[in-house]
Design a protein around this ligand. Sequence first.
Ligand SMILES: Nc1nc2c(ncn2[C@@H]2O[C@H](COP(=O)(O)OP(=O)(O)OP(=O)(O)O)[C@@H](O)[C@H]2O)c(=O)[nH]1
Ligand SMILES: [Mg+2]
Length: 354
Amino acid sequence: MSKGLAESRTELAMSELVAEPRPKPAVPMKPLGIGSNLLGYIGIDTIIEQMRKKTMKTGFDFNIMVVGQSGLGKSTLINTLFKSQVSRKSASWNREEKIPKTVEIKAIGHVIEEGGVKMKLTVIDTPGFGDQINNENCWEPIEKYINEQYEKFLKEEVNIARKKRIPDTRVHCCLYFISPTGHSLRPLDLEFMKHLSKVVNIVPIIAKADTMTLEEKMEFKQRVRKELEVNGIEFYPQKEFDEDLEDKTENDKIRQESMPFAVVGSDKEYQVNGKRVLGRKTPWGIIEVENLTHCEFALLRDFVIRTHLQDLKEVTHNIHYETYRARRLNDNGGLPPGEGVLPPAPASPRPATE
Ligand SMILES: Nc1nc2c(ncn2[C@@H]2O[C@H](COP(=O)(O)OP(=O)(O)OP(=O)(O)O)[C@@H](O)[C@H]2O)c(=O)[nH]1
Ligand SMILES: [Mg+2]
């Protein structure tokens, strides 16, 4: 079912927009004045092609983080993502040994190229949290990491000699792993999401979904949605950022039906009907992670990469980073600390330009 990344939303939208290729003018057209031929072709629609070419040249960054209690399969899901259709074509990823317990925040990067477009996918793995006797404020190291990336970006942005293209290490999406208890969210889950949903796009997911029956899964999903609503926790895609009715209709469906995606992870491959698939072998058969009748991993991957990637990046930049930037600049007289404060502008009049 999976097709290339090149057929992402952007490209589909482009093919719709440029349904009928128009001839390009041989010489740039003069601006239209009053009385000029209003029916003449200007070439505004070529902007899409120009943007496409630029993106092909520069590529883009996408950074995704996994967070949750220890042992819920975060590191495994990262491997699943890298080994799945996302990067199978370019995979040089051959880690067969057992995944150890994660002890520090670690970013793993991978360049994926499809249809001439390069994506630098970075997955940030975090150690399980909530294992301590006192779990108060245990989300702090994660919030600190997220803010550090905003700070790095801000420092680059306010530099006088700033880079043409600022490397983007900001976390665009945070997958929050919920334990498949079938009961309710733990206070820790609620606390984490309450705090972090203000600084990053959180996508809640139910981990190890193979441990639940179909009915249990449906009920649990409903209960989690309800609890998030009752506690006023906004996850991605946030209602307030829907841009139009089309967005709202599409996102309402995701918010009310798909979330939280119930996923299964595995980095082991098995032979099923003559095809090699990623799966988990059990006495009852093989659970295929990319088979939609088995779990929602493929839905999650498509949501994050094929339909909402650009939006995740935009919300990160326009909302979360902007909030951080405004707060930071406000606190420090217009510049981040350590950079000094600009002296007042000279009172002398500007030199004449003409
Ligand atoms: N049943 C089931 N087991 C899984 C799944 N994903 C991972 N596991 C198993 O769960 C165990 C822990 O997986 P990890 O990926 O190391 O978990 P983690 O969340 O990274 O743990 P920490 O690094 O301690 O935070 C391993 O034995 C995995 O094989 C899943 O979807 N279903
Ligand atoms: Mg781990």
